[in-house]
Design a protein around this ligand. Structure first.
Ligand code: PMP
Length: 432
């Protein structure tokens, strides 16, 4: 009997015979049967420094012996406090305060609650609407599901969605996007959809807009040049908070600490998780602006009932691991390495452009995706078959529907990246 992971996306069939992963080292997993599998998506975008990193293992051990837990409610600990400072140092100017949580979903819910609380404390409690984006993914909590724009993920739970949520149009258009390298130069005007929603609702009822700067789970959908700037400008004009969900893009994937830096746009909040602890222990959080923090701190404590925080917020073990991650990133110049690997991945994936079954290719930073043409009448079947054949050829792929995403570890060599994409080329050719 297998423990079957629950997939809320009914288009994705559960893998009937999952490989049992017994151990992992660097960019490779090893199955019980002794097969070696290259980690093409860094876990779920969360193990960019590779598995079993000695510095990280050491930090975890030492912290477990020193302080394994303490609440973040009445007291705190030096490891977590110092971590907040190091994270804020890397965030865009003006984002100086961190609220810790334990996953992307918790962190998204936290950001949405902070948005509502902020407006309420400023006497604008009528701002209750949230705006997400089609194809956006923000986790599986009720907040993240509600603002998320992948319809099958929330359909079954429609009765539990938070009220007042709208979704802007997405910016994915294979007709324009096909084989364009890096950021598309068209499509900034798709931000007009936010103007449409603002006009529809009365801007003074809108609390926040939340977007992934680069939509990861929908298949590396890169923002058109100028698009995020337009969102920023519209939000500022109407007093709406702009939240970047950087659960995938945060801490290096874009060749920068945050996508905000890469795209030159400063939001009011950044949600992070995944890479900050390299997948070793869970951690997430929200980085907020001085303005939001100061409003919360000035708010009369008893005027508004307020309780938010998790038992494991700012967990010292996670914080110690995060310090080791940031140390390694600094000492090994990891951001520079990602910037060097970006053109390697770009060239490799775009070399697939002539294949019959490839319908679109997208890439930015150390992230890329390839859409393959679906089998007639059976969407997702081709992706599933490529995934299964990948296992037989040493690749643990991430295929959602008929999209194959690549997010290799930052420690990959150029040769490993070429081998990964060449492996996929052979699988796609064999499927033709
Ligand atoms: N936001 C984004 C952008 C994500 O990619 C994810 C996870 N893939 C989440 C939120 C949810 O994170 P978690 O699975 O840790 O709850």
């Amino acid at each position: 009997a297998y423990w079957l992971p629950f997939s809320a996306n009914r288009r994705m069939k559960a893998n009937p015979a999952p490989r049992i992963i017994a151990r992992a080292k660097g960019p490779y997993y090893y199955t019980e049967a002794g097969e070696e599998l290259f980690d093409t998506l860094s876990g779920l975008w969360c193990t960019p420094l590779g598995h079993g990193h000695p510095r990280i293992v050491e930090a975890l051990k030492t912290q477990a012996e020193t302080l394994d837990y303490c609440t973040a409610f009445q007291v705190t600990n030096p490891v977590t406090v110092r971590l907040a400072g190091r994270i804020a140092e890397r965030a865009p100017q003006g984002l100086n305060h961190v609220f810790f949580a334990n996953s992307g979903s918790e962190s998204v819910d936290t950001a949405l609650k902070i948005a509502l609380g902020y407006h309420r404390l400023r006497g604008e409690g009528n701002r209750f609407r949230m705006i997400g984006r089609e194809k956006g993914y923000h986790g599986v909590g009720f907040g993240g599901m509600s603002v998320g724009g992948i319809v099958p993920n929330r359909k079954m739970f429609a009765s539990g969605m938070i009220p007042g949520v709208d979704h802007m149009r997405h910016t994915h258009d294979p007709a324009h996007m096909a084989f364009s390298r890096g950021q598309p130069t068209w499509g900034a005007d798709r931000a007009d959809d936010l103007e449409r929603l603002v006009a529809l609702h009365d801007a003074s009822t809108i609390a926040a807009v939340i977007v992934e700067p680069m939509q990861g789970s929908s298949g590396v959908i890169v923002p058109p040049v100028g698009y995020l700037q337009r969102l920023r400008e519209i939000c500022t004009r109407h007093g709406i908070l702009l939240i970047f969900d950087e659960v995938i893009t945060g801490f290096g994937r874009m060749g920068a600490n945050f996508a905000a830096e890469r795209f030159g746009v400063t939001p009011d909040m950044i949600v992070f998780a995944k890479a900050i602890t390299n997948g070793v222990v869970p951690m997430g959080g929200v980085i907020v602006s001085d303005e939001i923090y100061n409003t919360f701190m000035a708010g009369p404590p008893n005027a508004i009932e307020f309780c938010h925080g998790y038992t494991y917020s700012g967990h010292p073990l996670a914080a110690a691991v995060a310090h080791a991650v940031l140390d390694v990133m600094e000492e090994d110049a990891v951001l520079e390495r990602v910037r060097t690997l970006e053109p390697v991945l770009e060239e490799a994936v775009h070399a697939l452009r002539g294949l019959n079954l490839v319908s679109d290719i997208r890439n930015i930073g150390l992230a890329a995706a390839i859409d393959v043409v679906p089998v007639d009448g059976a969407p997702g079947a081709r992706g599933l078959s490529i995934f299964e054949k990948g296992l037989e050829s040493g690749l643990l792929l991430r295929c959602t529907g008929d999209t194959i995403a690549f997010g290799p570890p930052f420690i990959s060599t150029p040769e490993q990246i070429h081998a990964m994409v060449d492996g996929v080329r052979r699988l796609i050719q064999a499927a033709d």
